[in-house]
Design a protein around this ligand. Structure first.
Ligand code: LLP
Length: 421
Protein backbone atom coordinates (compact mmCIF):
# COMPACT_ATOMS: atom_id res chain seq x y z
CA UNK A 1 0.00 0.00 0.00
CA UNK A 2 1.22 3.49 -0.74
CA UNK A 3 -0.11 7.04 -0.58
CA UNK A 4 -0.24 7.88 -4.31
CA UNK A 5 -3.92 8.06 -5.22
CA UNK A 6 -6.30 10.05 -7.40
CA UNK A 7 -8.22 12.75 -5.60
CA UNK A 8 -10.60 15.04 -7.43
CA UNK A 9 -9.35 13.69 -10.76
CA UNK A 10 -5.66 14.33 -10.10
CA UNK A 11 -2.91 12.02 -8.87
CA UNK A 12 -1.78 13.06 -5.40
CA UNK A 13 1.12 12.20 -3.14
CA UNK A 14 -0.72 12.08 0.17
CA UNK A 15 -2.72 15.36 0.08
CA UNK A 16 -0.56 17.21 -2.44
CA UNK A 17 -1.38 17.26 -6.13
CA UNK A 18 1.54 16.16 -8.30
CA UNK A 19 0.45 18.68 -10.94
CA UNK A 20 0.85 21.44 -8.35
CA UNK A 21 4.39 20.29 -7.54
CA UNK A 22 5.17 20.12 -11.26
CA UNK A 23 3.98 23.71 -11.69
CA UNK A 24 6.34 24.89 -8.95
CA UNK A 25 9.36 22.63 -9.40
CA UNK A 26 9.25 21.81 -13.12
CA UNK A 27 9.61 18.34 -14.59
CA UNK A 28 10.98 15.75 -14.33
CA UNK A 29 11.13 15.28 -10.55
CA UNK A 30 11.11 12.47 -8.01
CA UNK A 31 8.46 12.67 -5.32
CA UNK A 32 8.48 10.65 -2.10
CA UNK A 33 5.72 10.14 0.44
CA UNK A 34 6.75 10.40 4.09
CA UNK A 35 3.72 8.40 5.23
CA UNK A 36 4.60 5.51 2.91
CA UNK A 37 8.25 5.45 4.01
CA UNK A 38 7.14 5.46 7.64
CA UNK A 39 4.58 2.73 7.10
CA UNK A 40 7.01 0.41 5.31
CA UNK A 41 9.68 0.86 7.97
CA UNK A 42 7.16 0.08 10.71
CA UNK A 43 5.95 -3.05 8.92
CA UNK A 44 9.43 -4.51 9.39
CA UNK A 45 9.84 -3.52 13.03
CA UNK A 46 6.40 -4.94 13.80
CA UNK A 47 7.14 -8.12 11.85
CA UNK A 48 10.34 -8.79 13.82
CA UNK A 49 9.00 -7.86 17.26
CA UNK A 50 9.39 -9.11 19.94
CA UNK A 51 12.82 -10.38 18.81
CA UNK A 52 15.61 -7.91 19.57
CA UNK A 53 16.30 -6.37 16.18
CA UNK A 54 17.54 -3.40 14.17
CA UNK A 55 16.13 -2.49 10.76
CA UNK A 56 19.05 -0.97 8.86
CA UNK A 57 17.74 0.87 5.82
CA UNK A 58 19.87 0.13 2.73
CA UNK A 59 20.89 3.66 1.81
CA UNK A 60 21.90 2.58 -1.67
CA UNK A 61 18.22 2.38 -2.64
CA UNK A 62 17.42 6.01 -1.77
CA UNK A 63 20.08 8.15 -0.20
CA UNK A 64 18.61 11.63 0.19
CA UNK A 65 19.60 12.95 3.62
CA UNK A 66 16.04 14.14 4.36
CA UNK A 67 14.70 10.63 3.81
CA UNK A 68 17.48 9.20 5.99
CA UNK A 69 16.59 11.69 8.73
CA UNK A 70 12.94 10.70 8.56
CA UNK A 71 13.80 7.01 8.95
CA UNK A 72 16.61 7.63 11.45
CA UNK A 73 14.25 9.63 13.65
CA UNK A 74 11.91 6.62 13.71
CA UNK A 75 14.79 4.57 15.12
CA UNK A 76 16.09 2.96 11.94
CA UNK A 77 19.69 1.91 11.56
CA UNK A 78 21.45 2.28 8.22
CA UNK A 79 23.29 -0.11 5.92
CA UNK A 80 26.04 1.72 4.02
CA UNK A 81 28.39 0.51 1.29
CA UNK A 82 30.74 3.48 1.00
CA UNK A 83 32.09 6.20 3.21
CA UNK A 84 29.95 8.59 1.18
CA UNK A 85 26.83 6.76 2.34
CA UNK A 86 28.24 6.69 5.87
CA UNK A 87 28.60 10.48 5.78
CA UNK A 88 25.03 10.80 4.53
CA UNK A 89 23.77 8.74 7.47
CA UNK A 90 25.75 10.86 9.92
CA UNK A 91 24.56 14.09 8.26
CA UNK A 92 21.03 12.80 8.86
CA UNK A 93 21.79 12.49 12.57
CA UNK A 94 22.06 8.69 12.70
CA UNK A 95 24.58 7.64 15.37
CA UNK A 96 27.49 5.42 14.38
CA UNK A 97 26.28 2.60 16.59
CA UNK A 98 23.28 2.18 14.29
CA UNK A 99 25.33 1.99 11.07
CA UNK A 100 26.54 -1.26 9.50
CA UNK A 101 29.18 -1.07 6.78
CA UNK A 102 28.69 -3.61 3.98
CA UNK A 103 30.38 -3.97 0.60
CA UNK A 104 32.95 -6.11 -1.11
CA UNK A 105 35.65 -3.49 -1.61
CA UNK A 106 36.00 -1.22 1.40
CA UNK A 107 39.26 0.70 1.28
CA UNK A 108 41.58 1.20 4.25
CA UNK A 109 40.76 4.86 4.10
CA UNK A 110 37.04 4.13 4.42
CA UNK A 111 37.68 1.73 7.31
CA UNK A 112 39.77 4.38 9.06
CA UNK A 113 37.09 7.06 8.74
CA UNK A 114 34.27 4.77 9.87
CA UNK A 115 36.23 3.49 12.87
CA UNK A 116 37.06 7.03 13.91
CA UNK A 117 33.50 8.25 13.38
CA UNK A 118 31.87 5.29 15.15
CA UNK A 119 30.37 2.18 13.61
CA UNK A 120 28.15 -0.65 14.76
CA UNK A 121 29.84 -3.35 12.68
CA UNK A 122 31.66 -4.09 9.45
CA UNK A 123 30.25 -6.86 7.31
CA UNK A 124 33.49 -8.35 6.05
CA UNK A 125 33.52 -10.13 2.70
CA UNK A 126 37.00 -11.60 2.24
CA UNK A 127 40.14 -12.60 4.08
CA UNK A 128 42.29 -9.78 2.64
CA UNK A 129 39.63 -7.30 3.74
CA UNK A 130 39.60 -8.85 7.20
CA UNK A 131 43.37 -8.49 7.54
CA UNK A 132 43.31 -4.91 6.27
CA UNK A 133 40.57 -4.00 8.75
CA UNK A 134 42.53 -5.55 11.61
CA UNK A 135 45.62 -3.52 10.62
CA UNK A 136 43.65 -0.27 10.47
CA UNK A 137 41.96 -0.94 13.81
CA UNK A 138 45.29 -1.74 15.48
CA UNK A 139 46.78 1.48 14.11
CA UNK A 140 43.92 3.36 15.81
CA UNK A 141 44.21 1.36 19.02
CA UNK A 142 40.68 -0.09 18.73
CA UNK A 143 38.99 -3.36 17.82
CA UNK A 144 36.60 -3.39 14.88
CA UNK A 145 33.33 -5.27 15.45
CA UNK A 146 32.72 -7.63 12.54
CA UNK A 147 30.25 -10.02 11.05
CA UNK A 148 31.51 -12.17 8.19
CA UNK A 149 29.31 -12.28 5.13
CA UNK A 150 28.86 -15.87 4.10
CA UNK A 151 27.89 -16.99 0.64
CA UNK A 152 25.40 -19.84 1.10
CA UNK A 153 25.29 -20.82 -2.61
CA UNK A 154 21.52 -20.37 -2.72
CA UNK A 155 19.65 -19.31 -5.86
CA UNK A 156 17.59 -16.22 -5.05
CA UNK A 157 15.52 -16.73 -8.23
CA UNK A 158 15.69 -13.08 -9.20
CA UNK A 159 17.23 -11.06 -12.07
CA UNK A 160 20.79 -12.34 -12.66
CA UNK A 161 22.32 -8.88 -12.19
CA UNK A 162 20.99 -8.60 -8.64
CA UNK A 163 21.42 -12.20 -7.40
CA UNK A 164 24.32 -12.33 -4.93
CA UNK A 165 24.12 -15.62 -3.04
CA UNK A 166 25.49 -18.12 -5.58
CA UNK A 167 29.06 -19.32 -5.39
CA UNK A 168 29.88 -17.75 -8.76
CA UNK A 169 28.96 -14.29 -7.39
CA UNK A 170 31.69 -12.03 -6.01
CA UNK A 171 30.06 -11.72 -2.59
CA UNK A 172 30.95 -13.19 0.78
CA UNK A 173 33.01 -16.17 1.87
CA UNK A 174 31.90 -19.67 0.84
CA UNK A 175 29.90 -20.98 3.77
CA UNK A 176 31.85 -24.24 3.58
CA UNK A 177 35.01 -22.34 4.61
CA UNK A 178 33.38 -20.11 7.17
CA UNK A 179 34.66 -21.90 10.30
CA UNK A 180 38.30 -21.61 9.29
CA UNK A 181 37.86 -17.94 8.35
CA UNK A 182 36.17 -17.19 11.69
CA UNK A 183 39.07 -18.94 13.43
CA UNK A 184 41.51 -16.60 11.68
CA UNK A 185 39.33 -13.57 12.47
CA UNK A 186 39.38 -14.47 16.16
CA UNK A 187 43.19 -14.54 16.06
CA UNK A 188 43.55 -11.10 14.43
CA UNK A 189 44.29 -8.49 17.07
CA UNK A 190 42.15 -5.68 15.62
CA UNK A 191 38.90 -7.59 15.24
CA UNK A 192 36.03 -8.49 17.51
CA UNK A 193 33.74 -11.14 16.04
CA UNK A 194 30.10 -10.28 16.81
CA UNK A 195 27.97 -11.92 14.15
CA UNK A 196 27.19 -13.63 10.88
CA UNK A 197 25.97 -11.78 7.78
CA UNK A 198 24.19 -13.00 4.66
CA UNK A 199 22.50 -11.25 1.72
CA UNK A 200 21.43 -13.40 -1.22
CA UNK A 201 19.97 -10.88 -3.62
CA UNK A 202 17.39 -8.23 -4.33
CA UNK A 203 13.76 -8.23 -5.48
CA UNK A 204 13.09 -11.74 -4.17
CA UNK A 205 9.48 -12.70 -4.70
CA UNK A 206 9.49 -15.96 -2.73
CA UNK A 207 10.41 -16.77 0.86
CA UNK A 208 11.97 -20.17 0.18
CA UNK A 209 15.45 -18.94 -0.91
CA UNK A 210 15.62 -16.78 2.23
CA UNK A 211 14.54 -19.72 4.32
CA UNK A 212 17.18 -21.97 2.77
CA UNK A 213 19.91 -19.39 3.42
CA UNK A 214 18.76 -18.61 6.98
CA UNK A 215 18.65 -22.32 7.81
CA UNK A 216 22.30 -22.59 6.76
CA UNK A 217 23.11 -19.51 8.85
CA UNK A 218 21.41 -21.16 11.80
CA UNK A 219 23.54 -24.31 11.46
CA UNK A 220 26.67 -22.23 11.06
CA UNK A 221 25.85 -20.12 14.12
CA UNK A 222 25.53 -23.24 16.29
CA UNK A 223 28.86 -24.54 14.98
CA UNK A 224 30.60 -21.21 15.49
CA UNK A 225 29.31 -20.92 19.03
CA UNK A 226 30.55 -24.44 19.70
CA UNK A 227 33.92 -23.27 18.33
CA UNK A 228 33.92 -20.56 20.97
CA UNK A 229 32.80 -17.47 19.01
CA UNK A 230 30.32 -15.09 20.63
CA UNK A 231 27.78 -14.77 17.84
CA UNK A 232 25.32 -12.24 19.20
CA UNK A 233 24.04 -10.70 15.95
CA UNK A 234 22.66 -12.18 12.76
CA UNK A 235 22.50 -9.77 9.80
CA UNK A 236 20.09 -11.21 7.24
CA UNK A 237 20.62 -8.60 4.51
CA UNK A 238 17.80 -7.11 2.48
CA UNK A 239 16.12 -8.32 -0.66
CA UNK A 240 12.40 -8.65 -0.02
CA UNK A 241 10.70 -7.77 -3.31
CA UNK A 242 7.82 -5.42 -4.07
CA UNK A 243 4.96 -5.61 -6.57
CA UNK A 244 5.90 -3.54 -9.64
CA UNK A 245 2.58 -4.16 -11.34
CA UNK A 246 -0.73 -3.92 -9.64
CA UNK A 247 -2.13 -7.00 -11.31
CA UNK A 248 -1.42 -10.46 -9.91
CA UNK A 249 2.08 -9.96 -8.49
CA UNK A 250 2.01 -10.71 -4.76
CA UNK A 251 5.45 -11.08 -3.20
CA UNK A 252 5.51 -12.14 0.46
CA UNK A 253 4.81 -9.38 2.97
CA UNK A 254 7.18 -8.27 5.75
CA UNK A 255 4.93 -10.07 8.20
CA UNK A 256 5.37 -13.42 6.39
CA UNK A 257 9.10 -12.76 6.25
CA UNK A 258 9.20 -11.92 9.97
CA UNK A 259 7.28 -15.07 10.90
CA UNK A 260 9.75 -17.19 8.93
CA UNK A 261 12.75 -15.43 10.54
CA UNK A 262 11.30 -16.08 14.00
CA UNK A 263 10.67 -19.70 13.15
CA UNK A 264 14.16 -20.37 11.76
CA UNK A 265 16.29 -18.17 14.02
CA UNK A 266 14.07 -17.00 16.87
CA UNK A 267 15.41 -19.40 19.50
CA UNK A 268 19.08 -18.45 19.03
CA UNK A 269 18.91 -15.44 21.31
CA UNK A 270 20.74 -13.33 18.74
CA UNK A 271 19.86 -9.77 17.77
CA UNK A 272 18.45 -9.78 14.25
CA UNK A 273 19.60 -7.12 11.79
CA UNK A 274 18.01 -6.71 8.38
CA UNK A 275 18.96 -4.38 5.54
CA UNK A 276 15.83 -3.69 3.48
CA UNK A 277 16.07 -1.02 0.81
CA UNK A 278 13.51 -1.50 -1.92
CA UNK A 279 10.62 -2.58 0.29
CA UNK A 280 10.88 0.62 2.30
CA UNK A 281 11.66 3.07 -0.50
CA UNK A 282 10.38 1.50 -3.75
CA UNK A 283 6.68 2.19 -3.61
CA UNK A 284 7.30 5.36 -1.59
CA UNK A 285 8.35 7.28 -4.69
CA UNK A 286 7.26 8.24 -8.18
CA UNK A 287 9.03 9.93 -11.05
CA UNK A 288 6.89 12.61 -12.63
CA UNK A 289 7.57 13.61 -16.23
CA UNK A 290 5.94 15.60 -18.98
CA UNK A 291 5.07 14.55 -22.52
CA UNK A 292 7.19 16.61 -24.92
CA UNK A 293 5.81 15.17 -28.15
CA UNK A 294 3.56 12.42 -29.39
CA UNK A 295 5.29 11.12 -32.50
CA UNK A 296 3.50 8.94 -35.00
CA UNK A 297 5.94 6.32 -36.23
CA UNK A 298 5.41 3.44 -38.60
CA UNK A 299 2.96 1.10 -36.94
CA UNK A 300 3.58 2.62 -33.55
CA UNK A 301 3.23 5.85 -31.63
CA UNK A 302 6.05 7.19 -29.47
CA UNK A 303 5.39 9.07 -26.30
CA UNK A 304 8.49 11.24 -25.96
CA UNK A 305 8.97 12.31 -22.35
CA UNK A 306 11.26 14.82 -20.68
CA UNK A 307 12.56 12.02 -18.41
CA UNK A 308 15.11 9.61 -19.81
CA UNK A 309 17.27 6.59 -19.03
CA UNK A 310 19.72 8.82 -17.16
CA UNK A 311 16.95 9.71 -14.70
CA UNK A 312 15.50 6.21 -14.24
CA UNK A 313 17.80 3.54 -15.63
CA UNK A 314 16.01 0.40 -14.41
CA UNK A 315 13.96 -0.32 -17.56
CA UNK A 316 16.99 0.05 -19.79
CA UNK A 317 19.40 -1.74 -17.42
CA UNK A 318 17.31 -4.65 -16.16
CA UNK A 319 14.36 -4.64 -18.56
CA UNK A 320 12.38 -3.60 -15.47
CA UNK A 321 8.69 -2.77 -15.61
CA UNK A 322 7.38 0.42 -14.01
CA UNK A 323 3.67 1.19 -14.14
CA UNK A 324 2.99 4.50 -15.88
CA UNK A 325 -0.01 6.55 -14.82
CA UNK A 326 -1.59 9.67 -16.24
CA UNK A 327 -1.41 12.38 -13.60
CA UNK A 328 -4.84 13.63 -14.70
CA UNK A 329 -7.19 10.73 -14.01
CA UNK A 330 -8.65 9.31 -17.23
CA UNK A 331 -12.45 9.14 -17.00
CA UNK A 332 -13.91 5.64 -16.68
CA UNK A 333 -14.13 4.01 -20.11
CA UNK A 334 -11.77 6.55 -21.70
CA UNK A 335 -10.06 5.24 -24.85
CA UNK A 336 -6.52 3.91 -24.70
CA UNK A 337 -3.84 2.90 -27.17
CA UNK A 338 -0.38 1.27 -27.15
CA UNK A 339 2.60 3.63 -26.91
CA UNK A 340 6.34 3.16 -26.96
CA UNK A 341 7.37 5.35 -24.06
CA UNK A 342 10.81 6.87 -24.60
CA UNK A 343 13.10 9.65 -23.40
CA UNK A 344 15.13 12.22 -25.32
CA UNK A 345 18.55 10.51 -24.93
CA UNK A 346 20.29 9.50 -28.14
CA UNK A 347 20.11 5.73 -27.66
CA UNK A 348 17.48 3.20 -28.58
CA UNK A 349 18.02 1.80 -25.07
CA UNK A 350 16.39 4.96 -23.77
CA UNK A 351 13.03 3.21 -23.80
CA UNK A 352 10.83 2.90 -20.72
CA UNK A 353 8.15 0.66 -22.21
CA UNK A 354 7.15 -0.84 -25.54
CA UNK A 355 3.57 -1.11 -26.76
CA UNK A 356 2.29 -0.09 -23.32
CA UNK A 357 -1.49 0.30 -23.32
CA UNK A 358 -2.11 3.80 -21.92
CA UNK A 359 -4.81 6.47 -22.00
CA UNK A 360 -4.49 8.95 -24.86
CA UNK A 361 -1.84 11.57 -24.23
CA UNK A 362 -1.15 15.00 -25.70
CA UNK A 363 1.82 17.37 -25.48
CA UNK A 364 2.19 18.86 -22.02
CA UNK A 365 0.40 16.04 -20.18
CA UNK A 366 2.05 14.68 -17.05
CA UNK A 367 2.84 11.03 -16.37
CA UNK A 368 4.04 9.29 -13.20
CA UNK A 369 6.26 6.23 -13.04
CA UNK A 370 5.29 4.21 -10.01
CA UNK A 371 7.65 2.28 -7.73
CA UNK A 372 10.50 4.63 -8.58
CA UNK A 373 11.58 5.44 -5.02
CA UNK A 374 14.20 2.67 -4.90
CA UNK A 375 17.18 2.65 -7.25
CA UNK A 376 15.72 5.65 -9.11
CA UNK A 377 17.34 8.97 -8.15
CA UNK A 378 20.38 7.18 -6.72
CA UNK A 379 21.24 5.59 -10.06
CA UNK A 380 20.68 8.76 -12.08
CA UNK A 381 23.48 10.35 -14.08
CA UNK A 382 24.00 13.48 -16.11
CA UNK A 383 24.38 11.58 -19.37
CA UNK A 384 23.70 13.89 -22.32
CA UNK A 385 24.37 16.76 -19.85
CA UNK A 386 20.90 16.41 -18.44
CA UNK A 387 20.78 17.89 -14.92
CA UNK A 388 20.09 15.47 -12.06
CA UNK A 389 16.38 15.40 -11.38
CA UNK A 390 15.22 17.22 -8.22
CA UNK A 391 13.71 15.31 -5.31
CA UNK A 392 10.62 16.36 -3.40
CA UNK A 393 9.30 15.03 -0.09
CA UNK A 394 5.60 15.20 0.73
CA UNK A 395 4.13 14.90 4.20
CA UNK A 396 0.34 15.20 4.42
CA UNK A 397 -0.57 18.52 2.74
CA UNK A 398 2.88 20.04 2.36
CA UNK A 399 6.00 19.38 0.35
CA UNK A 400 9.62 20.47 0.23
CA UNK A 401 12.33 20.24 -2.39
CA UNK A 402 14.94 18.02 -0.72
CA UNK A 403 17.43 18.18 -3.60
CA UNK A 404 17.27 21.05 -6.03
CA UNK A 405 17.81 20.75 -9.76
CA UNK A 406 21.37 21.96 -10.45
CA UNK A 407 21.77 24.90 -12.80
CA UNK A 408 23.77 24.51 -16.00
CA UNK A 409 26.27 26.93 -14.50
CA UNK A 410 26.87 24.56 -11.59
CA UNK A 411 27.27 21.65 -13.96
CA UNK A 412 29.71 23.44 -16.26
CA UNK A 413 31.74 24.81 -13.35
CA UNK A 414 32.74 21.29 -12.32
CA UNK A 415 34.89 20.97 -15.45
CA UNK A 416 38.09 22.94 -15.76
CA UNK A 417 40.23 23.78 -18.74
CA UNK A 418 43.97 23.32 -18.01
CA UNK A 419 46.10 26.47 -18.52
CA UNK A 420 48.08 24.76 -21.31
CA UNK A 421 45.06 24.35 -23.53
N1 LLP B 1 22.18 -5.31 1.70
C1 LLP B 1 23.11 -5.53 0.76
C2 LLP B 1 24.43 -6.06 1.17
C3 LLP B 1 22.83 -5.27 -0.59
O1 LLP B 1 23.75 -5.50 -1.51
C4 LLP B 1 21.56 -4.77 -0.95
C5 LLP B 1 21.23 -4.47 -2.34
C6 LLP B 1 20.62 -4.54 0.07
C7 LLP B 1 20.96 -4.83 1.38
C8 LLP B 1 19.26 -4.01 -0.20
O2 LLP B 1 18.49 -4.84 -1.01
P1 LLP B 1 16.94 -4.53 -1.27
O3 LLP B 1 16.22 -4.72 0.05
O4 LLP B 1 16.82 -3.15 -1.76
O5 LLP B 1 16.54 -5.53 -2.29
N2 LLP B 1 19.85 -1.56 -8.67
C9 LLP B 1 19.11 -2.79 -8.55
C10 LLP B 1 19.14 -3.38 -7.16
C11 LLP B 1 20.54 -3.60 -6.61
C12 LLP B 1 20.56 -4.17 -5.21
C13 LLP B 1 21.94 -4.15 -4.66
N3 LLP B 1 22.06 -4.59 -3.31
C14 LLP B 1 17.69 -2.55 -9.03
O6 LLP B 1 17.37 -1.43 -9.43
O7 LLP B 1 16.87 -3.47 -9.03
Amino acid sequence: MDHFTYKGGNLHAEDVSLAEIAAQVGTPFYCYSAATLTRHYRLFTEALSPLPHLVCFAIKSLSNVAVLKLLGDLGAGMDVVSIGEYLRARAAGVPGNRIVFSGVGKTRNEMHQALQGGIRQFNVESEPEMRALSDVAVSLGVRAPIAIRVNPDVDARTHEKIATGKKENKFGIPISRAREVYAEAARLPGLEVVGVDVHIGSQLTELSPFEAAFTLVRELTLQLRADGHAITRLDLGGGLGIPYTRSNEAPPLPNDYGAMVKQVLGDLGAEIEIEPGRLISGNSGVLVSQVIYVKHGEGRDFLILDAAMNDLVRPSMYGAHHDILAVREPPAGAPSQPYDVVGPVCETGDTFARARELPLFAEGDLVAFRSAGAYGAVMASEYNTRPLVPEVLVARDHFAVIRARPSYDEILKRDSIPPWL
